[in-house]
Design a protein around this ligand. Structure first.
Ligand code: SF4
Length: 202
């Protein structure tokens, strides 16, 4: 018998509540109808000790099956991971995930500056995201928490402040991510590498 994998990834929704200028999700505004329900397909394969990576092109917390997937992991005894932009990371979701076998959560914050966050995500949601992070980080947790920033010409100067903010919130890692080279982003969004290095190593 072939050994089962220890790590299974599934993609759920393509819908999103942000409109990031660097997004590579072609279905964000018109998510295709769900033609594939991943639950029946993965249920027989999931085993205790596995990790289920719940991801997708869009915002995972918008998928109504998110709770079902968490319940499935709890029932089977496997852990799970997911990433969110933080808008829907409400105290109710905190209760759900803090009492579940979550292994890793990444929150794509991208900027702590309201104007820069708005310019990058085209949603005036930064105060809400930060409030959600403050509330989550004030509670004891048993999972790894990472925060990420896609580094652009708009926000690169914030990198040191972003790292300090992550440290104050006792996150387990701060991820400074480059723009995906395969995406057609506007030229003025690409940061000057020398300027980025200057900020990083100042
Ligand atoms: S949060 Fe992710 S999926 Fe949503 S618009 Fe931004 S990059 Fe795209």
């Amino acid at each position: 018998m072939r050994p089962l994998p220890r790590h299974i990834g599934i993609w759920v929704t393509s819908a999103c509540n942000q409109d990031c200028v660097f997004c590579g999700n072609p279905y964000r505004d018109n998510p295709p109808a769900d033609v594939f329900d991943p639950l029946p397909a993965i249920m027989p394969a999931l085993r205790e000790g596995m990790i289920l990576d719940i991801s997708g092109r869009g915002e995972v917390l918008l998928d109504p099956r998110f709770r079902d997937l968490v319940a499935l992991c709890r029932r089977v005894g496997c852990r799970y991971s997911f990433s969110t932009n933080g808008i829907a990371l409400t105290p109710e979701i905190h209760d759900l995930i803090l009492s579940s076998p979550l292994a890793v959560l990444n929150v794509s914050v991208n900027s702590l500056n309201p104007a820069a966050h708005l310019a990058l995500t085209r949603r005036a949601a930064m105060p809400l995201v930060l409030a959600h992070m403050d509330a989550l980080c004030a509670r004891p947790r048993g999972f790894l928490l990472t925060v990420s920033m896609v580094v652009t010409a708009i926000n690169y100067a914030e990198m040191p402040a972003f790292v300090r903010w992550g440290a104050r919130h006792r996150v387990d890692a701060v991820r400074l991510l480059p723009l995906a080279p395969s995406l057609p982003v506007p030229a003025d969004l690409v940061p000057d590498p020398a300027a980025v290095a200057g900020v990083l190593w100042a």
